[in-house]
Design a protein around this ligand. Structure first.
Ligand code: DGY
Length: 330
């Protein structure tokens, strides 16, 4: 982003230390930046105090932005969420108060799709167990029955949520010769289906027929526990579940039970129901691969997210439309 000429006045609060370019672009635009320099989420009272005089807020998925917080920030004009997901923001409450809400779509699509594939492969091929075995010093060499996993190439991939990240996951699957089915709230245009080589199916069919189920749906009231005991019971005993969306898409207790009962082969998870707490039943299992919410964690994605948040703040405070306002609700 070209540094905007200093022209704006106003205060923006940033709730966690940002990666490069940090707050330099906001400052270059003429804004006064207040920032939480501790890399920990502020509690509700700390956040309310921090935004009392703010015209703009750059926040994270670890911040809950609700009506009470918005009422504590009477000057606020824009909430720029440093994430593509925005389930941490009460968008209706913000819009009711005339506050714009923006997110960071597009710039983290490839990073997140890559991570979904990393988890998919690591889970299907039991890489976590293998890595721990080698590090333990207990590995006694190649063995014909050692850590035999599930094949990926040529198998059937079921993608739940065919937005930008779901599509990027599908494009990668083509290189593995996978048959791809998907489910989305709205079926995507037929030219997009043809280009991606994907077939639209109902959720029940997707769960019942896919060898890998990968979740890319936004979290909202409709998608909460989309993968519940029923869905898990439908899945193949050889199937693998991958979640790089949001933790509450999956009923973790039901997932643990399904794994305990051998109903599915494994799970690769980047997100959890109550982050940073992870269900003990998952921590205890070898057949799950657990990542600490790394979907967008590449140097370029995180820097581009900073730039996009900055552009959104600058545009709204300049009286222009936001670059990436969150889409209207479900
Ligand atoms: C997102 O963008 O929603 C990720 O979960 C965090 O970067």
């Amino acid at each position: 982003m070209d540094r905007p000429a200093p022209s704006l006045s106003g205060t923006v609060h940033v709730t966690r230390p940002l990666p490069e370019p940090g707050t330099a672009l906001l400052e270059a635009a003429g804004l006064t930046v207040t920032a939480n320099s501790d890399d920990r989420p502020l509690d509700a009272a700390e956040l309310a105090a921090a935004v009392a005089d703010a015209d703009a807020l750059v926040c994270m998925l670890s911040d809950r932005i609700d009506g009470a917080l918005l009422d504590a920030a009477p000057r606020l004009r824009v909430v720029a969420n440093y994430a593509v997901g925005f389930d941490n923001v009460d968008v209706a409450a913000a819009r009711a108060r005339g506050v714009e809400v923006t997110n960071t779509p597009g710039v983290l699509t490839d990073a997140t799709a890559d991570l979904a594939w990393a988890l998919l492969l690591a889970t299907a091929r039991r890489l976590g167990e293998g890595e721990r075995l080698v590090r333990s010093g207990a590995w006694s060499g190649w063995a014909p029955r050692q850590l035999v996993g599930q094949p990926v190439a040529g198998r059937r991939l079921g993608i739940v949520g065919m937005g930008a990240i779901g599509r990027a996951v599908a494009r990668r699957a083509a290189g593995f010769g996978m048959e791809i089915c998907y489910h989305n709230r709205r079926r995507v245009p037929s030219d997009v289906e043809a280009q991606l080589g994907v077939t639209y199916v109902g959720l029940d069919e997707l769960f019942a027929t896919a060898d890998v189920v990968s979740l890319h749906a936004p979290l909202n009231a409709d998608s909460h526990h989309l993968v519940d005991a029923d869905a898990l019971a439908r899945m193949k005993s050889t199937a693998v579940l991958v979640n790089t969306g949001r933790g509450p898409l999956v009923d973790e207790a039901a997932l643990v039970q399904a794994l305990d009962e051998g109903r599915i082969a494994g799970a690769g998870l980047d997100v959890y129901e109550a982050e940073p707490v992870v269900h003990q039943g998952l921590l205890d299992r070898g057949d799950v691969v657990l990542a600490p919410h790394l979907g967008s964690a590449t140097t370029t994605a995180r820097a581009d997210m900073v730039e996009l948040c900055t552009r959104n703040v600058v545009e709204v405070l300049s009286g222009r439309p936001a670059v990436t306002p969150v889409p209207p609700g479900p």
